[in-house]
Design a protein around this ligand. Sequence first.
Ligand SMILES: [Zn+2]
Ligand SMILES: [Zn+2]
Length: 130
Amino acid sequence: MNRSNVKVLKRQCDSCEKTFKVKVVMPGRYRVRCPHCNNMVRFVVTKEEAPAKTVIAPRLIVPELGHAEKVKDKFYVIKKRGIVGHPYRAICPDCHTSMSIIPAEARKVLRTKCEKCGTTIAYKAVEPKG
Ligand SMILES: [Zn+2]
Ligand SMILES: [Zn+2]
């Protein structure tokens, strides 16, 4: 558990049909904003597409992103900001389903929705330093 392999995949926006690159570290469902038109693009990364050795460094897991505080029913907010392009793993506070989060843009409030129970987790992201 020392480092995580990151793989760059190309994805096509289903709105403007331009391609863009995304960084992934593990299989799972992802949502990113198209850098060209801002459309939210959803895609699935299969085990075959994911990096050969999927090792998730513990520090990349959501505790670094922060604790999800309940705001109202099925809506939680993580106060600490994520870093754009860094993968995080979030656990749904309601049903404990594990999900992948990669913040795709800075500043704005980003939301991710639990596929299983529909609970929304909101968080902010900042650009990586340097
Ligand atoms: Zn687009
Ligand atoms: Zn859930």
